[in-house]
Design a protein around this ligand. Structure first.
Ligand code: 5GP
Length: 234
Protein backbone atom coordinates (compact mmCIF):
# COMPACT_ATOMS: atom_id res chain seq x y z
CA UNK A 1 0.00 0.00 0.00
CA UNK A 2 1.63 3.22 -1.12
CA UNK A 3 1.28 6.22 1.19
CA UNK A 4 0.39 9.43 -0.65
CA UNK A 5 -0.50 13.03 0.18
CA UNK A 6 -1.59 14.04 3.69
CA UNK A 7 -5.30 14.93 3.65
CA UNK A 8 -5.83 15.92 7.27
CA UNK A 9 -3.95 16.76 10.43
CA UNK A 10 -5.77 16.80 13.73
CA UNK A 11 -4.58 17.24 17.28
CA UNK A 12 -3.55 13.62 17.78
CA UNK A 13 -3.53 12.07 14.31
CA UNK A 14 -2.64 12.59 10.67
CA UNK A 15 -4.50 11.02 7.77
CA UNK A 16 -2.95 10.20 4.38
CA UNK A 17 -4.30 9.09 1.03
CA UNK A 18 -3.14 5.80 -0.45
CA UNK A 19 -3.08 4.52 -4.03
CA UNK A 20 -6.52 3.00 -3.34
CA UNK A 21 -9.11 5.78 -3.24
CA UNK A 22 -11.27 3.86 -0.73
CA UNK A 23 -8.46 3.47 1.81
CA UNK A 24 -6.61 6.00 3.97
CA UNK A 25 -3.75 5.68 6.45
CA UNK A 26 -4.21 7.03 9.97
CA UNK A 27 -1.02 7.93 11.86
CA UNK A 28 -1.01 8.43 15.63
CA UNK A 29 1.11 11.27 17.05
CA UNK A 30 2.54 11.79 20.54
CA UNK A 31 1.03 15.29 20.72
CA UNK A 32 -1.50 15.85 23.47
CA UNK A 33 -3.87 18.78 23.86
CA UNK A 34 -6.61 19.62 26.33
CA UNK A 35 -9.08 22.41 27.08
CA UNK A 36 -9.55 23.50 23.44
CA UNK A 37 -5.84 23.06 22.80
CA UNK A 38 -4.91 25.77 25.33
CA UNK A 39 -2.89 23.07 27.09
CA UNK A 40 -0.36 21.32 24.87
CA UNK A 41 2.26 18.70 25.48
CA UNK A 42 3.84 15.45 24.42
CA UNK A 43 3.11 12.04 25.85
CA UNK A 44 6.12 9.91 24.89
CA UNK A 45 5.07 6.90 22.78
CA UNK A 46 1.35 7.73 23.08
CA UNK A 47 0.99 7.29 19.33
CA UNK A 48 2.41 3.78 19.46
CA UNK A 49 0.25 2.78 22.44
CA UNK A 50 -2.96 4.31 21.06
CA UNK A 51 -2.44 2.68 17.66
CA UNK A 52 -2.07 -0.72 19.35
CA UNK A 53 -4.98 -0.22 21.78
CA UNK A 54 -7.24 0.99 18.97
CA UNK A 55 -6.26 -2.01 16.84
CA UNK A 56 -7.17 -4.43 19.64
CA UNK A 57 -10.50 -2.70 20.40
CA UNK A 58 -11.55 -2.31 16.76
CA UNK A 59 -10.79 -6.02 16.21
CA UNK A 60 -12.78 -6.92 19.33
CA UNK A 61 -15.76 -4.87 18.11
CA UNK A 62 -15.52 -6.28 14.56
CA UNK A 63 -15.55 -9.80 16.03
CA UNK A 64 -18.87 -8.91 17.69
CA UNK A 65 -20.40 -7.60 14.45
CA UNK A 66 -19.72 -3.87 14.86
CA UNK A 67 -18.48 -2.44 11.57
CA UNK A 68 -15.54 -0.06 11.92
CA UNK A 69 -13.19 1.83 9.61
CA UNK A 70 -10.27 -0.34 10.76
CA UNK A 71 -8.63 -2.52 8.10
CA UNK A 72 -5.24 -3.49 9.56
CA UNK A 73 -2.32 -2.19 11.55
CA UNK A 74 0.58 -1.25 9.23
CA UNK A 75 3.37 -0.41 11.66
CA UNK A 76 3.95 1.01 15.15
CA UNK A 77 2.12 4.28 14.51
CA UNK A 78 -0.05 3.65 11.46
CA UNK A 79 -3.20 1.78 10.60
CA UNK A 80 -4.96 1.29 7.28
CA UNK A 81 -8.56 2.51 7.45
CA UNK A 82 -11.56 2.73 5.17
CA UNK A 83 -12.03 6.23 3.82
CA UNK A 84 -14.99 7.79 5.61
CA UNK A 85 -16.73 11.12 5.64
CA UNK A 86 -16.67 11.92 9.35
CA UNK A 87 -20.04 12.90 10.81
CA UNK A 88 -19.30 15.98 12.96
CA UNK A 89 -20.97 14.50 16.01
CA UNK A 90 -19.12 13.30 19.10
CA UNK A 91 -21.05 10.62 20.89
CA UNK A 92 -20.21 10.30 24.57
CA UNK A 93 -21.36 7.36 26.66
CA UNK A 94 -21.05 7.60 30.43
CA UNK A 95 -21.23 4.76 32.95
CA UNK A 96 -19.84 6.71 35.91
CA UNK A 97 -20.10 10.46 36.52
CA UNK A 98 -16.88 12.33 35.68
CA UNK A 99 -15.50 15.25 33.68
CA UNK A 100 -18.07 17.19 31.68
CA UNK A 101 -21.11 15.66 33.35
CA UNK A 102 -19.76 16.31 36.86
CA UNK A 103 -19.19 19.95 35.90
CA UNK A 104 -22.45 20.46 33.99
CA UNK A 105 -24.69 19.12 36.76
CA UNK A 106 -22.49 19.74 39.82
CA UNK A 107 -22.46 16.02 40.56
CA UNK A 108 -19.55 14.41 42.39
CA UNK A 109 -17.26 12.28 40.23
CA UNK A 110 -17.60 8.57 40.82
CA UNK A 111 -21.38 8.14 41.04
CA UNK A 112 -22.21 4.91 39.22
CA UNK A 113 -25.08 5.54 36.80
CA UNK A 114 -27.93 3.02 36.86
CA UNK A 115 -28.29 3.39 33.11
CA UNK A 116 -25.60 4.65 30.73
CA UNK A 117 -25.98 8.28 29.68
CA UNK A 118 -25.59 9.19 26.00
CA UNK A 119 -24.58 12.71 25.01
CA UNK A 120 -24.06 14.34 21.65
CA UNK A 121 -21.57 17.15 21.11
CA UNK A 122 -21.27 19.08 17.86
CA UNK A 123 -17.67 18.57 16.70
CA UNK A 124 -16.64 22.17 16.09
CA UNK A 125 -13.52 23.58 17.78
CA UNK A 126 -14.57 27.25 17.34
CA UNK A 127 -17.75 26.52 19.30
CA UNK A 128 -15.89 24.34 21.85
CA UNK A 129 -17.78 21.15 20.90
CA UNK A 130 -21.13 22.25 22.40
CA UNK A 131 -23.51 19.79 24.02
CA UNK A 132 -26.50 19.35 21.68
CA UNK A 133 -29.52 17.06 21.50
CA UNK A 134 -30.84 14.97 18.61
CA UNK A 135 -33.13 17.77 17.44
CA UNK A 136 -30.18 20.13 17.08
CA UNK A 137 -28.25 17.46 15.16
CA UNK A 138 -31.14 16.93 12.77
CA UNK A 139 -31.86 20.68 12.44
CA UNK A 140 -28.23 21.25 11.44
CA UNK A 141 -28.62 18.41 8.93
CA UNK A 142 -25.34 16.85 10.01
CA UNK A 143 -27.07 13.49 10.35
CA UNK A 144 -30.36 11.93 9.23
CA UNK A 145 -33.02 10.44 11.48
CA UNK A 146 -32.07 6.90 10.43
CA UNK A 147 -28.37 7.52 10.91
CA UNK A 148 -28.94 8.97 14.36
CA UNK A 149 -31.06 5.98 15.45
CA UNK A 150 -28.36 3.65 14.19
CA UNK A 151 -25.58 5.63 15.88
CA UNK A 152 -27.35 5.65 19.26
CA UNK A 153 -28.09 1.89 19.13
CA UNK A 154 -24.56 1.11 18.00
CA UNK A 155 -23.05 3.28 20.75
CA UNK A 156 -24.91 1.40 23.49
CA UNK A 157 -23.90 -1.95 21.93
CA UNK A 158 -20.29 -0.79 21.83
CA UNK A 159 -20.58 0.23 25.50
CA UNK A 160 -21.82 -3.23 26.47
CA UNK A 161 -18.95 -4.94 24.64
CA UNK A 162 -16.24 -2.60 25.94
CA UNK A 163 -17.57 -2.51 29.51
CA UNK A 164 -17.50 -6.32 29.75
CA UNK A 165 -14.03 -6.44 28.17
CA UNK A 166 -12.51 -3.87 30.53
CA UNK A 167 -14.26 -5.41 33.52
CA UNK A 168 -12.12 -8.52 32.94
CA UNK A 169 -9.03 -6.31 32.86
CA UNK A 170 -9.87 -4.80 36.26
CA UNK A 171 -10.66 -1.43 34.74
CA UNK A 172 -13.82 0.65 35.10
CA UNK A 173 -14.85 2.08 31.73
CA UNK A 174 -16.02 5.42 33.14
CA UNK A 175 -16.91 7.15 29.86
CA UNK A 176 -15.73 7.45 26.26
CA UNK A 177 -16.23 9.37 23.06
CA UNK A 178 -17.01 7.84 19.67
CA UNK A 179 -17.04 9.24 16.15
CA UNK A 180 -18.78 7.71 13.17
CA UNK A 181 -18.27 8.16 9.43
CA UNK A 182 -19.99 7.33 6.15
CA UNK A 183 -18.38 4.84 3.78
CA UNK A 184 -20.16 3.62 0.65
CA UNK A 185 -23.58 4.35 2.12
CA UNK A 186 -22.85 2.70 5.46
CA UNK A 187 -22.19 4.27 8.84
CA UNK A 188 -18.99 2.88 10.39
CA UNK A 189 -17.34 3.45 13.75
CA UNK A 190 -14.29 5.63 13.02
CA UNK A 191 -11.56 7.65 14.77
CA UNK A 192 -9.83 5.81 17.66
CA UNK A 193 -10.57 4.18 21.00
CA UNK A 194 -7.76 4.83 23.46
CA UNK A 195 -6.89 6.44 26.81
CA UNK A 196 -7.16 9.75 24.89
CA UNK A 197 -10.86 9.14 24.25
CA UNK A 198 -11.90 7.01 27.22
CA UNK A 199 -11.68 7.33 30.99
CA UNK A 200 -10.33 4.22 32.72
CA UNK A 201 -10.14 3.83 36.49
CA UNK A 202 -8.50 0.93 38.28
CA UNK A 203 -11.38 -1.09 39.69
CA UNK A 204 -9.97 -1.35 43.21
CA UNK A 205 -7.90 1.78 43.79
CA UNK A 206 -9.89 4.03 41.36
CA UNK A 207 -6.54 5.35 40.09
CA UNK A 208 -7.02 7.28 36.84
CA UNK A 209 -5.32 5.55 33.89
CA UNK A 210 -6.14 7.89 31.03
CA UNK A 211 -5.71 11.39 29.60
CA UNK A 212 -7.04 12.99 32.81
CA UNK A 213 -3.51 12.46 34.18
CA UNK A 214 -2.32 14.92 31.49
CA UNK A 215 -5.34 17.26 31.72
CA UNK A 216 -5.07 17.54 35.51
CA UNK A 217 -1.25 17.37 35.85
CA UNK A 218 -1.38 14.19 37.90
CA UNK A 219 1.98 12.86 36.66
CA UNK A 220 2.76 9.33 35.48
CA UNK A 221 0.98 9.93 32.18
CA UNK A 222 3.17 7.64 30.03
CA UNK A 223 3.03 4.89 32.65
CA UNK A 224 -0.77 5.05 32.76
CA UNK A 225 -1.07 4.56 28.97
CA UNK A 226 1.42 1.66 29.13
CA UNK A 227 -0.53 0.15 32.04
CA UNK A 228 -3.77 0.14 30.05
CA UNK A 229 -2.02 -1.59 27.14
CA UNK A 230 -0.44 -4.12 29.52
CA UNK A 231 -3.82 -4.95 31.10
CA UNK A 232 -5.49 -5.29 27.71
CA UNK A 233 -2.84 -7.62 26.30
CA UNK A 234 -2.08 -9.42 29.59
P1 5GP B 1 -16.07 14.92 28.99
O1 5GP B 1 -17.29 15.39 28.27
O2 5GP B 1 -16.36 14.43 30.36
O3 5GP B 1 -14.96 15.95 28.94
O4 5GP B 1 -15.52 13.69 28.16
C1 5GP B 1 -16.19 12.46 28.17
C2 5GP B 1 -15.32 11.37 27.54
O5 5GP B 1 -15.18 11.63 26.16
C3 5GP B 1 -13.91 11.32 28.11
O6 5GP B 1 -13.52 9.96 28.14
C4 5GP B 1 -13.08 12.11 27.13
O7 5GP B 1 -11.77 11.59 27.04
C5 5GP B 1 -13.84 11.89 25.81
N1 5GP B 1 -13.85 13.10 24.99
C6 5GP B 1 -14.82 14.04 24.92
N2 5GP B 1 -14.50 15.02 24.04
C7 5GP B 1 -13.31 14.69 23.54
C8 5GP B 1 -12.44 15.31 22.57
O8 5GP B 1 -12.73 16.35 21.96
N3 5GP B 1 -11.27 14.66 22.32
C9 5GP B 1 -10.92 13.50 22.97
N4 5GP B 1 -9.74 12.94 22.69
N5 5GP B 1 -11.72 12.90 23.85
C10 5GP B 1 -12.89 13.48 24.15
Amino acid sequence: MEKRKQVYEGKAKKVYKTDDQDLFIQEFKDDATAFDATKRGTIVNKGVVNNRISEILFELLESKGIETHFVKKLDERQMLIKRVEIIPLEVTIRNIVAGGMAKLLAMPEGIVLEEPVLEYHYKKDELHDPLINEYHAKAMKIVTDEELDFIAKRSFEINNILKAFFDHKNLDLVDFKLEFGRHKGKVLLADEISPDTCRFWDKKTKKKLDKDRFRRDLGGVEDAYQEVLKRITG
